[in-house]
Design a protein around this ligand. Structure first.
Ligand code: 5GP
Ligand code: ZN
Length: 112
């Protein structure tokens, strides 16, 4: 079975892209959990946070850099939350590493 997020990167699956570099892509989540909900992904297919290594970790830093730029572009002055769900217990449903960027309301802590 193909990877949904690799399909979004290639353009085979349509998405609302909000930020893109050579190595990183951000797009609106199809099922938003907050007034603003984007997903930021590496263009390289990294399955989960369990697969981050010394070799592929520079792109993870670029994802955080992307989040700061998106926060400015989207006027998220009230703040935001970055979330990574990893594995079954972590609630990961798409096996391509991603960071959720949530904003636009006060977010509960701790999460469920
Ligand atoms: P996870 O549950 O793995 O942490 O997050 C996967 C996220 O991808 C979910 O929030 C889900 O709504 C989103 N998602 C799944 N399929 C698609 C899709 O085809 N397009 C977009 N834009 N988001 C998707
Ligand atoms: Zn993928």
């Amino acid at each position: 079975m193909g990877c949904i997020f690799c399909g979004i990167i290639s353009g085979d699956i349509p998405s609302q892209k909000i930020y893109e570099t050579e190595t990183v892509l951000a797009f609106k989540d199809i099922d938003p959990k907050a007034p603003f909900h984007a997903v930021i992904i590496p263009k390289a297919h990294i399955k989960s946070a369990m697969e981050i290594t010394g070799e592929n970790s520079p792109v993870i830093a670029e994802i955080f850099e992307a989040a700061a730029k998106i926060a400015t572009d989207e006027n998220l002055a009230g703040g935001f939350r970055l979330v990574n769900n990893c594995g079954a217990d972590g609630g990961q449903t798409v096996d391509h590493f991603h960071i959720h960027m949530l904003a636009g309301r006060v977010l509960a802590w701790p999460p469920g």
